[in-house]
Design a protein around this ligand. Structure first.
Ligand code: NI
Length: 184
């Protein structure tokens, strides 16, 4: 496994719609998936999408462990999502303060569907259904956005932007109160 360099905002690969993965090509993408897992763990994000390492394929990993830089997020076991399709999204929304490994030192408030059902393939090509809510549903929406060339800055009110330091200083407490019930 290799820790890959993470592409930052401005690289056109982050703005493309990533390509569907065919079942036939999945075996040749296993090393990429391992590298995505390793790179996410090294960077401490909650997830990582293939375009963020310069590969325009519809593959992302989500994993929240004790070492992520989001100490309040509920733990999520390693989940590899290939060709995700949002099957159901609640009309009820939750405003989630997010960061992104491709947007260094920036955070912003993004409206996300509170509940979400996602159909996807796992790394072996087996169909899976994930039912998600709260901050975890937000994490999945963030990663799926990457596969559609979307970044959190497209959905956030720019007036909510902050650095990580200013989030800790001025916004963390109010945010955690707002999303109480969806944090660990
Ligand atoms: Ni991101």
């Amino acid at each position: 496994m290799t820790v890959l360099p993470i592409v930052t905002v401005g690289d056109p690969v982050l703005r493309e719609r990533a390509a569907e993965v065919s079942p036939e090509e999945l075996p040749s993408l296993q090393e990429l998936i391992d590298d995505l897992i390793e790179t996410r763990r090294a960077a401490g994000g909650a997830g990582l999408a293939a375009p963020q390492v310069g590969v325009s394929k519809r593959i992302a990993v989500v994993e929240v462990d004790a070492a992520t830089r989001y100490s309040y997020k509920p733990l999520v076991p390693l989940t590899v999502i290939v060709n995700p399709v949002v099957e159901h999204a609640s009309s009820e929304m939750l405003l989630i303060n997010e960061g992104c490994l491709s947007l260094p030192d920036l955070r912003g408030d993004v409206p996300r569907h509170l509940r979400l059902t996602v159909r996807h393939l796992d790394r072996r090509g087996q169909p899976q259904v994930a039912t998600l809510e709260g901050l975890t549903a937000g994490t999945f929406q963030h990663e799926i956005d990457h596969l559609d060339g979307m970044l959190l800055v497209d959905r956030a009110d720019p007036r909510s932007f902050s650095t990580w330091e200013q989030f800790e200083r001025h916004h963390r407490e109010a945010f955690l109160q707002r999303v109480a019930g969806f944090v660990r």
